[in-house]
Design a protein around this ligand. Structure first.
Ligand code: PMP
Length: 377
């Protein structure tokens, strides 16, 4: 019986650059207050759940067939949503792309525009997955620098890009883990300067990762407002945060049709399941009720920033659904103390800082109480 025989000792031919690497993993612990991965704390309301369930049932009736590879209906719905949310009225199906989370959208971008002999540049501290997309696409990772307040100086940023000549530039706005939003004039200046800073005189593809855009404070326009003027600009978004839809896995992007066509070349066939397409369209129909929750989270975020500052902490300005605060000589002790009190936050970013995701009012009260106990303030 082959199942009872001992396994032969073999060496697996693991790629040299993957030896010792571990999978991405924020701890998934079972504690009362999960404030560690920037999730939306509000489960979908009953009416949204009902519409999703009905949409899944309808999709299920056709699951013997492969899904629509190009999902034009979902792309149109996403374009309509961006028109309503950001005033981006000239977007059409050909401008839109989507995948299983914006993680996969980013991977498509690097599969199409990165690769051996090329580099991708971003500005630290920034989203911890970016170097992994680089590694997985054999693209060299280059981390440029920010100002001490985590903002980007346009001239210095452009100088760093001109020096490196990357195929792709990733700018998260609002940035994770700092919460820093970029003003549109900065993005516009960087976009104008990167029209020929890529390989062989081509542009650097400039990706503005707006995963948290819906949480931005009033008066900060989206990079979508300058998309039409820059054919090498791509703006990515996700339904994971504002739509409280992290479990569904739907990220998307808007860009010029030529850029989108390049992504269509590298995607796996039928990468977006019929169920995913259906549930995303259902959630998009309920954006009004979901956006009310975003407004609540923004209010709670601003209150959290104010409270932390009143306690004497250093707090980065945040346009996202999380807040970076410090400074701690030993942040791990604080993190552990909070966890011991049922509050899970994240040890990420600069070593003296911690990041807390914005939860419900009750969860933030638990966070404040626990932090006071742990720090003795
Ligand atoms: N970009 C940034 C800046 C993020 O923080 C995240 C999620 N933590 C993502 C992209 C990916 O989100 P998703 O794959 O769920 O769309």
């Amino acid at each position: 019986d082959p199942t009872t025989q001992p396994a032969l000792a073999v060496a697996l031919p693991l790629r040299a650059d993957l030896i010792g690497e571990v999978p991405y993993g924020a701890p998934q612990l079972d504690v009362p207050h999960l404030l560690n991965v920037n999730e939306n704390p509000y489960a979908p309301p009953a009416e949204v759940v009902a519409d999703i369930a009905e949409s899944v049932a309808a999709a299920a009736a056709g699951l013997n067939r492969y899904p629509d590879r190009d999902f034009p209906a979902l792309r149109q719905d996403l374009a309509d949503y961006l028109a309503a949310e950001s005033g981006a009225r000239d977007l059409e199906v050909a401008n839109m792309w989507a995948a299983n989370g914006s993680n996969e959208v980013m991977l498509h971008l690097l599969q199409a525009f990165g690769g051996p002999g090329r580099s991708v540049m971003s500005f630290a501290p920034t989203y911890s997955m970016y170097p992994e997309y680089a590694r997985d696409t054999f693209t060299r990772w280059v981390a440029g620098t920010r100002r001490p307040d985590f903002s980007l100086d346009p001239a210095q940023t452009i100088a760093q890009i001109e020096n490196e000549r990357p195929a792709v530039v990733l700018l998260a706005s609002p940035n994770n883990p700092t919460g820093t939003a970029l003003d549109v004039a900065t993005i516009d200046a960087i976009a104008s300067a990167t029209a020929n800073t890529g390989p062989d005189g081509a542009a650097s593809v400039l990706v503005v990762d707006e995963a948290y855009a819906e949480f931005r404070r009033d008066g900060t326009p989206s990079a979508l407002s300058i998309l039409a003027r820059h054919p090498h600009l791509a703006v990515s978004r996700t339904m994971s945060k504002a739509f409280a839809f992290a479990g569904a896995r739907l990220g998307y992007l808007a860009a010029a049709p030529d850029l989108v066509d390049a992504l269509r070349v590298v995607r796996l066939p039928y990468h977006l399941s019929a169920v995913t397409q259906a549930v995303a369209r259902a959630a998009l129909r309920h954006r009004a009720v979901l956006q009310a929750q975003v407004a609540q989270l923004r209010t709670e975020r601003d209150a959290t920033v104010s409270w932390l500052r009143e306690q004497g902490f250093t707090v980065a300005d945040s346009d996202a659904n999380f807040v970076l605060f410090g400074r701690f000589d030993d942040r791990h002790v604080i993190w552990q103390g909070l966890l011991d009190r049922g509050v899970l936050i994240r040890e990420t970013g600069p070593s003296e800082y911690l990041r807390v995701s914005i939860g419900t009012a009750e969860e933030m009260a638990a966070f404040r109480g626990a932090l006071k106990e742990v720090t003795g303030r």
